[in-house]
Design a protein around this ligand. Structure first.
Ligand code: DGL
Length: 294
């Protein structure tokens, strides 16, 4: 298990005493975002919504997905390569838009990044604690995320009170999401099997602890029922991004809308097609990257 939560909190207490007018010369650079595939687009979408003037570079490692069933060492190596690729694009910040990589590689990414790094676990845990009324919270994620124990740690740290936490790994969800099967009978029947123990556990809040899962949110919501609140951390992560950029005087001051670049380690046309339908705006171009070269 990683100690990134503690380190992050300490880092956030740093107070910038420079004048508010002084803008960091890197402010017009892009925000770099990576995930094991399409899932991180659920985070990118919220970043673009909240910070429309920011430029972004997205890398989806669809050629090596899923991360959730790979060893921590492999996820760390992949995450370092993804980070090096984004740094080569001159980004001013790295957003690890993947729970598995946040859980297993946050410290490694921070060590090589030299720019601020945002993870996706703490914001979701905080949102879940704020929402629950019966203090029974469910977490679904990849096997890697669930086994790392980071959600239990983050939830406990975010709550002053005793919580009942039920966790469930849902590895098949990632393949379904990458395939574009977001809400059909197969997804609902797989979800029915995975989510049954959480329904029995009477949770009132469910953390979608994998950035691919919001793509399946409709099906998951139908299985869980309307009384269970689904937590998609994307919006809360975007808020973290904004706060960190503000603290570092890195907010882009341009008046026009930002530009967005997309790269993948698998088929660029598949990424373009599914990515556009998810983002609800056409991805004009996506580049193919040989990520093993980084
Ligand atoms: N979307 C990723 C996550 O949030 C990884 C899914 C996977 O590749 O297994 O964990």
């Amino acid at each position: 298990m990683t100690d990134f939560l503690l380190k992050r909190d300490i880092e956030n207490e740093t107070v910038d005493t420079e004048s508010a007018e002084k803008i960091n010369p890197l402010a017009d650079k892009a925000i770099g975002v990576f995930d094991s595939g399409l899932g991180g687009l659920t985070v990118l979408k919220e970043i673009i919504k909240l910070l429309p003037n920011e430029n972004t570079v997205y890398f989806g490692d669809s050629g090596r997905t899923p991360y959730g069933s790979k060893s921590a060492d492999t996820v760390r190596r992949f995450s370092r390569q993804n980070t090096r690729f984004l740094l080569e694009q001159g980004v001013k910040m790295i957003v690890i838009a993947c729970n598995t990589a946040s859980a297993q590689a946050y410290n490694e990414v921070r060590q090589i990044a030299g720019v601020p790094v945002i993870e996706v676990i703490t914001p979701g845990a905080q949102a879940a604690v704020a929402k629950t009324t019966n203090r029974r919270i469910g977490v679904i994620g990849t096997r890697g995320t669930v086994q790392s124990g980071v959600y239990a740690q983050a939830l406990a740290r975010s709550s002053g009170r005793q919580l009942h936490i039920s966790q469930q790994a849902c590895p098949l969800f990632v393949g379904l999401a990458e395939e574009g099967w977001w809400n059909n009978d197969i997804v609902k029947s797989v979800a029915g099997v995975y989510l049954e123990p959480l329904i029995k556990d009477n949770i009132d809040t469910l953390v979608l602890g994998c950035t691919h899962y919001p793509l399946l949110a409709e099906a998951i919501g139908q299985v869980m029922g309307p009384e269970v609140e689904l937590i998609n951390a994307g919006h809360f992560v975007a808020e973290q991004v904004m706060q960190q950029l503000r603290r570092d005087k890195l907010l882009n001051a341009q008046k026009q809308l930002g530009w967005h670049q997309y790269f993948t380690s698998d088929s660029a046309s598949h990424f373009q097609q599914l990515g556009s339908s998810f983002l609800e705006q056409r991805i004009q171009a996506a580049g193919h990257i040989e990520i093993e070269n980084y």
